[in-house]
Design a protein around this ligand. Structure first.
Ligand code: FAD
Ligand code: NAD
Length: 481
């Protein structure tokens, strides 16, 4: 460090101003006179606000609304077109992301008493962080909340072809006529849904495994694949990219076509697909490289592992939350971890012990809820049947089509499925999966049942209202009596 180094001290230094970093800073200082700073090298609000959750759900909403209207006689007859109006959809997406202006989030942070420093944060020693020429000392804690970046598999010619990642797909400006999507996970399935909504003529999905959404119950991937195929997607299972050739490449910016047509050769068959754009949706890697972790003897890349207090073992001043720690890459779970980390930092600063469950992110292990906003929608929490069996639980299941008065009223031709995974010994629900329109709002009831370890005898008295989709709870419990 030269003589011009400016040093500042805060109680809490958070590297990364995504939704998770914001929450960690807020919870660590709220109601106290502690000080906190967020260091952010791009946009306060992070991936979720500008590139991931918010724009993707913005793109998916209009198609879902039209599908809901189309399912219902009386509304269907008033519908003049089957697909959303692309320019209005993109305009709404830009409104949702605030055209990537983070002023309101910076204002929120400052209003909450959190300072914001723009720049790249690096750990340079115990409790010490650098940002350019500045040096920042943390009295209580450094929190790593740097998120994750899209992974590009090492396929010959793929990186050179400048493929789209989820950042381009969520912020698309040009609508390709032909696109190939690599991957069969959540990003791939949601993106295929909105690309079809926007009128992309050919959507080909290249999936190395044999089903979509492989982390879920098998029927989930089957139902989503059937619906995407029915809408015109061409899904190739059991194959991957062997090589990519794109003669004309142009770095035109997010969401624009990155050059001329590309030829993608598939493994096994050797078939060549000619496409206008490639979307890589093959998972994400924690953003921990170039973070200076070597300076404290930690791995220079990969997830920054923590205990359930979100503390990095061996470094009692260092916390990692959100996508950066590799526990669960979901906004709501990262924010939950951030609430735990913030509470732990506050408790330790105030000399309180950490015995209460409030200071442990235990739900990460077996009670993670997620909604996948495909059509049909997928809503899950907890363990799949296989995961429960693998962990030695004495399992029974309730498994049936979702067909109750509430679903019939949404759509006379409604198609959906539901499954509960039960721990027979404890008589409690350990996992739930719902597929079908309107199931997103069902998942919190299942989450309460799983986290609350409510016995089935007791759950019987949680009577679902008539006529709602929640009535499936009654049918499932009846099947277990
Ligand atoms: C297309 C897509 C859709 C998604 N949809 C959903 C969804 O519907 N629901 C859901 O729960 N999850 C969703 N996710 C996952 C969700 O986006 C992430 O789990 C969430 O953004 C993680 O939040 P985070 O704060 O940990 O990281 P991020 O949101 O990635 O924020 C990290 C921040 O740290 C900054 N940063 C990184 N390194 C440094 C550094 N060294 N110095 C300074 N700043 C740094 C980055 O610029 C960024 O602003 C989606 C993901 C994708 C890709
Ligand atoms: N609605 C939501 O909650 C939501 C939406 C989008 C993303 N997310 C989260 O964001 C994260 C990233 O999503 P994602 O879809 O990128 O990851 P993912 O792990 O869900 O899926 C990755 C897919 O890529 C495939 N893949 C990985 N490496 C490959 C390779 N080398 N060659 C070929 N295929 C390969 C996998 O088999 C899988 O099908 C996930 O944790 C996801 O849950 C959540």
């Amino acid at each position: 460090m030269g003589n011009n180094t400016e040093t500042s001290t805060y109680d809490v230094v958070v590297i990364g101003g995504g939704p998770v970093g914001e929450n960690a800073a807020d919870y660590a200082i709220r109601g106290s006179d502690r000080t906190a700073v967020i260091i952010e090298h791009e946009l306060v609000g992070g991936e979720c606000s500008y590139w991931a959750c918010m724009p993707s759900k913005g793109l998916l909403g209009p198609g879902a609304a039209l599908a809901a209207a189309h399912a219902l006689p009386g509304a269907r007859e008033r519908q003049s077109a089957p697909l959303p109006e692309p320019s209005a959809v993109l305009e709404r997406r830009d409104t949702i992301t605030g055209a990537r202006d983070d002023t309101s989030q910076v204002d929120w942070a400052r209003g909450a008493g959190i300072e914001v420093i723009r720049g790249h944060g690096r750990i340079v020693g115990e409790r010490e962080v650098s940002v350019g020429d500045r040096r920042i000392h943390a009295r209580e804690a450094v929190v790593v909340a740097t998120g994750s970046t899209a992974s590009i598999p090492p396929v010959a010619g793929l990186r050179e072809a400048l493929p789209w990642t989820s950042r381009d797909a969520t912020n698309l400006v040009d609508i390709p006529q032909r696109i190939v999507v690599l991957g069969g996970g959540v990003v791939a399935c949601e993106a295929a849904t909105w690309l079809l909504d926007l009128g992309v003529r050919e959507v080909t999905m290249v999936v190395r495994g044999h089903r979509l959404l492989p982390k879920n119950e098998p029927f989930v991937g089957e139902m989503v694949a059937e619906a995407l195929t029915e809408r015109g997607a061409d899904i190739r299972f059991g194959t991957q990219f062997d090589s990519v050739h794109r003669p004309e490449v142009a770095d035109t910016g997010y969401g624009h076509l990155h050059g001329g047509p590309a030829q993608v050769t598939l493994s096994g068959s050797g078939e060549v697909l000619e496409v206008d754009e490639i979307l890589v949706a093959a998972g994400r890697a924690p953003a921990t490289t170039d973070l200076g972790l070597g300076s404290i003897g930690a791995e220079e890349s990969g997830p920054l592992r923590t205990d359930d207090h979100m503390i990095v073992p061996g470094h009692p001043w260092l916390y990692a939350v959100g996508d950066a720690n590799g526990r669960v890459a979901l906004t709501h779970m990262g924010k939950y971890q951030a609430r735990v980390a913030g509470d732990v930092i506050a408790a330790r600063a105030e000399g309180r012990n950490l015995d209460s469950p409030r200071y442990s992110a235990f739900a990460d292990h077996s009670a993670v809820p997620q909604v996948v906003f495909t059509r049909p929608e997928v809503a899950v929490v907890g363990l799949t049947e296989q995961q429960a069996r693998d962990s030695g639980i004495d399992v029974t299941v309730a498994d049936m089509d979702l067909a109750v008065a509430g679903t019939y009223l949404l759509d006379p031709g409604y198609s959906g499925h539901a499954k509960l995974v039960i721990d027979r010994t404890r008589d409690v629900v350990v996992g739930a999966t719902f597929v079908g329109a309107g199931t997103a709002e069902l998942v919190h009831s299942a989450t309460v049942a799983v986290v609350g370890e409510v016995t089935l005898d007791r759950l019987w008295h949680a009577v679902p209202s008539y006529p709602t989709v929640s009535e499936i709870w009654l049918r499932l419990l009846e099947s277990l009596r």
